[in-house]
Structures are given as structure tokens and as C-alpha cells.
Design a binder for this molecule. Sequence first.
Ligand SMILES: Nc1ncnc2c1ncn2[C@@H]1O[C@H](COP(=O)(O)OP(=O)(O)OP(=O)(O)O)[C@@H](O)[C@H]1O
Length: 261
Amino acid sequence: MDGRVLGLNGVTVRRGSAHLLNSVDWSVAEGERWVILGPNGAGKTTLLNVAASQLFPTTGQVDILGERLGRVDVFELRPLIGYAGASVAGRIEPGTTVLDIVVSAAYGYLGRFREEYGNPDYGRARALLGHWGVAEFADRRFHTLSEGERKRVLIARALMADPELLLLDEPAAGLDVGGREDLVRRLGNLARNEDAPSLVIVSHHVEEIPEGFTHGLLLREGGVVAAGPLDEVMTADVLSETFGLPLKVERDGDRWSARAV
Ligand SMILES: Nc1ncnc2c1ncn2[C@@H]1O[C@H](COP(=O)(O)OP(=O)(O)OP(=O)(O)O)[C@@H](O)[C@H]1O
């Protein structure tokens, strides 16, 4: 690997006449912590799915952890990538327990298969659930959890296989302000941990950017408005263009806020 975790070159994703992504160039170096921001329908989830090797572009090159998509066996690549998002939650069978959802990720599965998992795996899964503040739900069925509890379980799951790249799609969506702040604080702790994987989160809200995040990619209508260090891209001009209305942007320490002017 050349120090790059992700390298996208002219990536376009078309469905019929719709351009979900339009000639996207993007590079993520090892250790960077990125947020992808943009309005509904901008292509954020599509881009994250490409980065997760779940979706192949119509045209363009994608390098993930030093491997070129199309030339690598994705079933060898995917265990190195932790992914949490609504599409994962949607594939969980009713009745599956939280502990099984987390522990099965060590084997690239989702939910209980026939394996007898070793005790160290259960220990690690319980420790991760504890780390994300949901240890008490280990034996509960996933579908009985609240939205905020589910989000944390899926992050624990995404970390179970000790990935080199962690991709989180809207980790704070649907949380109340207390839940959001708690999760953003935990993500900030992860971002500041030098041993943590390279990180990319998707969000609609600048208020959800955790401390310790370093870079931002701003997307609109499938195209990149700006990409680079947060200091450079989190300007009123860039955010106003991205979201399509005049915005005022404020910074308080390492946290951001935006409102219409
Ligand atoms: N199979 C498809 N055919 C046509 N259009 C599609 C298809 N799949 C997705 N789209 C469209 O592509 C656009 C980008 O979708 P995507 O989910 O990547 O956006 P997003 O930025 O994650 O949006 P949101 O913030 O609402 O989750 C949307 O307008 C969506 O309707």
C-alpha cells in the first residue's frame, strides 16, 4: 500500500440516465478521519458503498487498501473493512441477539450461523459492546433495541474483525440530542486513538462531526464540491453551495455548527 487507504479516480455510478456519482476523485491516507457531508440524494451512501467494495463503479478506478477493485477478490478485501449503516440493520433476521450479531462479524457473517464461536470471540464482542455503552443488551434481540442502541451495536460489530478501514453511514441519524452527543464523544475518542483504523463517516449535519476528525468531502448531486482538511473546506461558501442555501458556519473548538442566514 502506498500510504493511501482509498483512491478513487474519475468514479462514476450510473443507473439508467441518473448519475449517482459523477467523476469523483478522492484520496484517503492512512490515519485520516473523514466526514462525507451533503444533502439528501447527494450520493453519500453510494460513495460509501463503493469504498466498502460493495458497489462497482460504472466507470473509473477504485483502489482500496492497496487493491484495485475489479482485480481483487472482494471476499478477501471485505473482512478488512468495517461497515455500519442502515443496509446492515435491514439484513438482520428477526430474533437474532445482539451478541451474535457482533461475534459473527469476526467470521464475515451477519447473525448466527452454525459455528461454535470460541470464548475469546465472545469476550471481545462483550468488551466492544461495553466500550460503546451497550453491554447490558448483549442477550437482547436486536430488533427490540432503540435506534440509538442499534447504532452503537452496529459500530461494535463493524469493529469486531479489527478492520483497517471503518465506514459509518449516518451513525448519529435518528438520535436525540443526548444520544447524539454521547455517540459523537465516543467517535471523537476513537478518532483520537492512534491505533484506530482509518475512519470515514457520512452525515447530513456539521454538528455531528466528532472532535479529532481531520478531513471533509462535500458532495452535491453526485459531484465533489470540495475535499480536504476541515479547516479549508468548512467555509460558509462551500457549505452554502453544497446544501443549496446561504449558510453561516461557526466553529467552537473542534465542533461545528451551521444555520441559514
Ligand atoms: N437504482 C437506482 N436508480 C436510480 N436512482 C437511484 C438508484 N439508487 C439510488 N438512486 C438515486 O441516487 C441518488 C443518490 O443516492 P444516495 O443514497 O447515495 O444518496 P445520499 O446522499 O446517501 O442520500 P440520503 O442523505 O438521503 O441518504 C438519490 O437521488 C437516489 O434516489
